[in-house]
Ligand binder design. Sequence first.
Ligand code: PLP
Length: 391
Amino acid sequence: AMRELREKSCKKREIFKYSNTRKAAICAEHVFDFSLGNPSIPAPKVFTDKLLSLIESMSPEALHGYTSGPGDMEVRKKISDYMNKKYGINSVPELIYMTCGAAASLTVSLTALVKEGDEVITLAPFFPEYTVFVEKTGAKLKPVMVRTSDFQLDTEAFRASVNENTKAVIINSPNNPTGAVLNEESVKALASVLKEKEEEFGHPIYILSDEPYRELVYDTEAPFIMNYYDDTVVLYSFSKSLSVPGERIGYIMVSPKIKEAKDLFFAVCGAGRALGYVCAPALFQYAVSDCLGVTSDISVYKKNRDLLTSALTEYGYEVVKPDGAFYLFVKALEDDAEQFCETAKKYELLLVPSNSFGCTGFVRISYCVSTEQIEKSLPSFRKLKEEYDGR
Ligand code: PLP
């Protein structure tokens, strides 16, 4: 089964291979690869300075040693203090578990919470790995489409999808692949449906809030889910905010407002142990704990977003201006998004079809690339539109 999983269609890998072949065939700068989610701006200097000073100042045993399973207590305390100040919550270090990025935060919390026969809802379009992570526990992932006009909650569709087997709801705002930030109206509606259903079914339904893009928000504020719904577990990663996806560092934060918070946290510890995720990379635990609230220079992403959104809109593409992350989700110019991506390749544009994200008819454009790449690619986007206009 695991071998099958390795081979199971991975669109991103396919595009990556094509991109490399194409870059080797023609000059790399003429291939406009918009398929990746790798932060393109460097980690902030305070972060790299911190790393260097830790390496120079710490004793070798402390520097390269294990921390406790859930992570260093001082680190967890700093995270808790920072979050309490920033969001006015009452988190405690005893309910924070350091992990290897959002991926591990997801697998650990899902393993802690769900079992065979349970259902986990997510809002589609969604990060494709959710399917793998949820199915691994024996539970079933149930996607519910958001409204495609603005990528906000379709409250009635959501309500209809919750039943007595619903154990958790994974939400991801700012969102991969749409770039949408769930607004306060959506978050309140989501919380109110879940509260109603918790009462109806007599058991908790947890929100797993996957937040690797929390800080990547432009001209607006993202509502902090824990402030709207008690049964919330925050899954965080420093991959995108600090541009350090290769360092594998993040955390799980169990809300103190969960009735059985301590029990749930113990289950998280057990799941972390079972999956072999105890003691997240120690050096990076220390480094991030002194860079809370710091981000890479995200003004580059905002500039890219503005440039791309206005150009594509001008050419006649249907675009919802995204409020966050570094993705633009654009209506494909024909019903079959995969076919549309094939046509885009003629203009050296590498886009990801929305089928990979559980919906049809759109493409994802990652704008975590250089502004120069975007500028150079614009004539290709224009020609692609003109080809469809001429059909
Ligand atoms: N969740 C979402 C929505 C993502 O887009 C990603 C990475 O792209 C992850 C989780 C995994 O992030 P990490 O590198 O922290 O494991």
